[in-house]
Design a protein around this ligand. Structure first.
Ligand code: URA
Length: 422
């Protein structure tokens, strides 16, 4: 076997066997296959796709390229978001479902590009520890039902190397490569129940519905083939989720949501995702789970669990700092808000210092953008559109206003939950 013949085989649209795919991954990892050869292969895959069988096989090979975690805890539940702007869902969901005895052992990432990362957001809580030993992690899940840390262990080594190459060869948007990358990591994390929040829109990895459905179906198929309970929820990411975009500002909005005082879109999303996670983990109907989830938001148990979780990871809930300088931008137009461009808002938050351009950038956890309205709201000239919390770096009024478009026609609020694939 050699890489040139395999690239050729793919070019002729023939199906690669599992052995052939394993040859490619193993030899790329050990350095026999060079970056330029792997790039050629990834480009073929990006252009021609992979069959479902090839994708399932590739996922399995990637999964076995590193450590596979087993926490020895039955029925663990995990949630993954493909990333968006203002996405603080995990910070609400994890304690919410843990307050219903659903066990959550989760690894999250840092922000890169225009999207934020849960680990950065949690670190805006003074003292919050985002790394611990595997034993500490297990003990915390056993004791309080929830633990969340940055990436640990040497999971899916193939993804680390291949993702870095995809990033610089324009092959990040291949559906089978995304499916195998996400699912190999989810499978390696050891959860029995997996819920994926697949964002669609300007601020998301995928921005058309057809591709999102294809990706969702593939991930669900891979999950089921691996004997997991899995659901993929397709959600709108054309406008930011909630109102706050940044780090500490998002944690504060997550806390409001846990107290039942959060934005409507975020609240509805956590109720739906929380109900799916709870129904899978406790083997109850989704209708019953929805009632339980709502009850624990409104009776304070979810917030109680959040406090317990933050304390267990050494965070001081009374010490979440936001930048002192404020700038308020108002509308120059009148009409219904037609669009608030999530991608551009994410980039502006990054410009303020809330996000990274490259992975070694140091970010300012205290800055951010707090939007005042959602798509479909009616605005008069002079109404506040956003408050900017800043330190050294600022954005201009023009930059902020260019994220908004208006219409004279009354428009429907966009549907947040577009589809659920199980
Ligand atoms: N997130 C991942 O983990 N992998 C991808 O390929 C894309 C998004």
């Amino acid at each position: 076997m050699n890489i040139l013949d395999l690239i050729d085989k793919k070019e002729k649209r023939e199906t690669l066997t599992k052995e052939e795919l394993k040859y490619i991954i193993d030899n790329y990892l050990n350095g026999t296959i060079k970056d330029y050869q792997m790039s050629a292969f990834l480009t073929e895959v990006d252009l021609l796709g992979l069959t479902e069988e090839e994708t399932i096989n590739l996922t399995d090979i990637m999964l076995h390229s590193g450590e596979i975690l087993d926490f020895g805890i039955d029925n663990l539940t995990d949630k993954h978001s493909t990333g968006g702007v203002g996405d603080k869902t995990t910070i609400v969901l994890a304690p919410l479902v843990a307050s219903l005895n659903v066990k959550i052992a989760k690894m999250s990432g840092r922000g890169l590009g225009h999207t934020g990362g849960t680990i950065d957001k949690l670190e805006s809580i003074k003292g919050f520890k985002t790394s611990m030993s595997l034993d500490e992690f297990k003990n915390q899940v056993d004791k309080i039902g929830v633990a969340l840390v940055g990436q640990m262990g040497n999971l899916v080594l193939a993804d680390k190397k291949i993702y870095a190459l995809r990033d610089v060869t324009g092959t990040v948007d291949s559906i089978p490569l995304i499916a195998s990358s996400i699912m190999s990591k989810k499978l390696a994390s050891g959860a029995k129940n997996i819920v994926i929040d697949l964002k669609i829109g300007s601020g998301a990895l995928v921005n058309n519905l057809e591709e999102a459905k294809e990706l969702a179906n593939l991930m669900v198929k891979i999950g089921k083939t691996n004997n997991k309970n899995i659901a993929c929820v397709l959600t709108n990411m054309d406008e930011p989720l909630g109102y706050a975009v940044g780090n500490s500002v998002e944690v504060l909005e997550a806390i409001d949501t846990l107290k039942g005082k959060g934005p409507e879109d975020l609240t509805n999303l956590v109720i739906k995702l929380g109900a799916i996670m709870t129904s899978m983990a406790l083997n109850i109907t989704e209708e019953t789970a929805i009632e339980k989830v709502k009850e624990n938001i409104f009776n304070g148990k979810a917030y109680q669990k959040f406090k317990e979780w933050v304390k267990a990871q050494d965070g001081d809930i009374n010490n979440i700092e936001i930048a002192k300088n404020k700038q308020i931008f108002t509308s120059k137009e009148e009409g219904y808000i037609k669009n608030i461009n999530a991608l551009e808002i994410g980039k502006l938050a990054r410009k303020l210092g809330a996000g990274r351009l490259s992975k070694d950038d140091i970010i300012d956890l205290t800055v951010g953008i707090i939007l005042k309205h959602k798509v479909g709201d009616y605005i008069k000239k002079g109404d506040v559109l956003a408050t900017i919390l800043y330190n050294e770096k600022q954005i201009t009024e023009e930059e902020l206003l260019s994220c908004f478009t208006f219409t004279k026609e009354k428009i429907e609020k966009p549907k947040l939950i577009i589809d659920i694939i199980k």
